[in-house]
Design a protein around this ligand. Structure first.
Ligand code: ADP
Length: 498
């Protein structure tokens, strides 16, 4: 099937649109997950919406399946490797990487899938730095659009990356094009501005799904504040998480703090710049408490470090808000870390960068916490209730320790819910450890399900099994898939949708 598809693509679109060399398949099949690499059948590099339409049409004709990707930089979630082997990766980012428009008056950019956080940041800087992006703490070379479509998030007030998209241009499985929101009208001047126009809101159908291939979209951008001041507070004990979350909630509910607020575990902080001291590959032990304490002191972080930032026209204008949060946390016994110390600390600077929309490579150091190159994100949500966050900490620590993996977590807090970012680092070269990692992930999902705190964004390895927990959702997504993509051209199996 693939062979006929490749021949047809080469004939219609030219031979350089495709690569099926072993080296390329190996590179695009690589990921950091426990299930091992999954090789695609080939990789296509479309140049335009028309190319994507042709790829979809030919795939349908010849029974091939396509795995769309923007830049494949979602480390620990699957990267370029498709959810099932033998899908053909559509690498949209390689050639479709233009910033089509920047509007500084209305605060947006229209981008293709290959536009990276770094590229958008650079373009806005070149235009005089009037607008700020909301970056992830992941690779600066990750795609803004790819991240939004998988419902990744940032840390500024525009943290909800999918929520900040508008006017998606999508190639559907029948090779036609859909423009969402006010983009539906030919000649519309509102496509970048209004999502809530006529009829049902279709945008959501194209996130964490396989109902279409997004070829461009608008991303809304916030004016860059003239002054950004970071702050942080450290708490000494693991059990202080409960109090930290209780203190953070009102600051977000009443909107005193414009950024999201991070509540970051000790290893998540210092693991960005240190590795497990003396760890030998193949061991299944976690950092002893006394070493963990010593590393905290050495690196100037707490058992938990709470951080956020204020925006304003001047430092003086920000000062009263800073005084308020300082009094709020210091009354609870936390230690204040001022802006200048944050700037000077390679660890805390990561936080300030993400609150300022600056892409950073520094957090990626976490992936090397112990040898072996394996990394998987586990991403449940938590209500902003201290006792529940504490309960989650106990459950995660217990399960991870049982399987021999480190507890490395950051709660990224909004007013009502936090994303509990767990990064699980393991030795991917060790078959037994991979198997343990796989089982550990299942145990974590089961324990969190039982408590009522489901996971969200999920690594490709676990998407099909995780979807099976949600039969009501699957019933509907399967019906939609059957209606839009009866021959299963686009990414069957993604998020369990077939
Ligand atoms: P990034 O490099 O931005 O982190 P990826 O390219 O790896 O992201 O994509 C992340 C997820 O989003 C993958 O599941 C991928 O299939 C999906 N995705 C990325 N870009 C598109 C797109 N343009 N259309 C449809 N799905 C996409």
């Amino acid at each position: 099937m693939s062979a006929q598809f490749f021949t047809a693509v080469a004939a219609e679109l030219g031979p350089d649109l495709l690569d099926t060399s072993d080296e390329t398949l190996a590179r695009y099949g690589f990921n950091r997950l426990p299930g091992g690499d999954r090789l695609p059948a080939g990789v296509a590099f479309p140049r335009s919406v028309e190319d994507v339409q042709a790829l979809v049409r030919l795939a349908k004709e010849h029974g091939a399946t396509l795995w769309p990707a923007s830049t494949g930089h979602n480390l620990g979630l699957g990267e370029f490797s498709p959810v099932r082997e033998t899908q053909v990766v559509v690498d949209l980012g390689r050639r479709m990487n233009r910033i089509l428009e920047v509007n500084e008056t209305l605060g947006y950019a229209v981008i293709e899938p290959g536009v990276t956080f770094q590229a958008l940041r650079a373009e806005l800087a070149a235009r005089g730095d009037k607008l700020m992006i909301s970056s992830t703490s992941g690779p600066p070379d990750g795609s803004v659009l790819g991240n939004a479509l998988d419902r990744g998030a940032g840390y500024t007030p525009y943290f909800d990356h999918f929520g900040m998209t508008c006017g998606l241009e999508v190639v559907l499985p029948d090779a036609t094009v859909l423009r969402t929101g006010d983009g539906a009208l030919t000649g519309s001047r509102m496509a970048s501005l209004n999502k809530s126009g006529f009829g049902p809101l279709l945008d959501g159908l194209f996130s964490q799904s396989n109902f279409g291939i997004v070829t461009s979209a608008t991303i809304w951008l916030m004016p860059r504040p003239p002054v950004i001041r970071g702050w942080a507070f450290t708490f000494d004990e693991d059990a202080d998480l409960e109090q930290a979350i209780e203190l953070v909630r009102p600051l977000k509910l009443n909107n005193l703090v414009p950024t999201l607020i991070k509540v970051t575990s000790d290893v998540y902080c210092f693991g960005t710049h240190t590795t497990y001291p003396g760890y030998r590959a193949g061991e299944s032990r976690t950092l002893p408490d006394d070493v963990r304490r010593a590393l905290r002191t050495q690196n100037g972080v707490g058992a938990w470090t709470v951080s956020g930032a204020f925006y304003g026209p001047t430092e003086e204008a920000i000062q009263p808000s800073l005084d308020r949060v300082r009094a709020h946390f210091e009354a609870a016994g936390a230690t204040y870390v001022p802006h200048d110390e944050i700037v000077a600390s390679p660890i805390l600077k990561i936080h300030l960068d993400t609150f300022s929309g600056e892409p950073t490579t520094s957090e990626l150091g976490l992936l090397d916490w112990r040898p072996g190159g394996g990394a998987t994100w586990f991403l449940p949500a938590a209500p902003m209730l201290g006792a529940v966050a504490q309960q989650q900490q106990e459950v995660s620590r217990r399960i991870l320790t049982e399987y021999g993996f480190e507890y490395i977590v950051e709660f990224v807090c909004g007013p009502r819910a936090a994303r509990a970012l767990h990064i699980v680092v393991f030795n991917r070269a060790d078959e037994a450890e991979r198997k343990r990692m796989h089982e550990c992930y299942g145990a974590l999902i089961a324990a969190y399900d039982k408590l009522g705190y489901p996971i969200g964004r999920t690594p490709t390895d676990f998407q099909e099994s995780a979807a099976a927990r949600l039969p009501e959702l699957q019933r509907v997504t399967h019906s939609i898939k059957a209606a839009l993509d009866p021959s299963g051209v686009i990414a069957p199996g993604k998020y369990g949708i077939v």
